[in-house]
Design a protein around this ligand. Sequence first.
Ligand code: SF4
Ligand code: SF4
Length: 172
Amino acid sequence: MQSLTNRATPVDRRPMTFAEKLYLPAIAKGMGITLKHLFKKKATVNYPEETRPFSPVFRGLHILNRDEEGRERCTACGLCAVACPAEAITMEAAERLPGEEHLYREEKYAARYEINMLRCIFCGFCEEACPKQAVYMSETFAPANYQRKGFIYGKDDMLIPHPQKQIKENNQ
Ligand code: SF4
Ligand code: SF4
């Protein structure tokens, strides 16, 4: 039968020679290849002791930003969720109550904001769509987890620390 490509290799069906039956030349050849690789530059890194540098355009785990007074920037407008091609973002909006002006920047805020990191394809559309500069992608990634729910990141996981509280803690 005529082959479709010329890449077919015929199988060598000749009887084995005495040297081939000894297997020693083949073992020596294999050991030679192993030895050659011992002195080659490793293609792997010893993670977590060693980490690879990220590309300047790397898009990692999301962070939710605060303004300079420490108030949450997100106004639960939902634009990030609409822009998300993976439908990974879920949120619930709530009205800011009197006396909560120091917590939330706008009259509406995200009472619940979740990103399913198993769905996320780290495309960065959410970051681009956000009119409040509330969601950013950082230079880190979601650590491994044994459970699916461990990959659902809530507001507490993503919200950056309050800048003023952080300064107070650092001064103590
Ligand atoms: S990075 Fe892309 S896929 Fe991930 S949450 Fe944002 S928009 Fe959705
Ligand atoms: S993160 Fe930005 S785009 Fe998403 S709901 Fe909040 S304010 Fe809107």
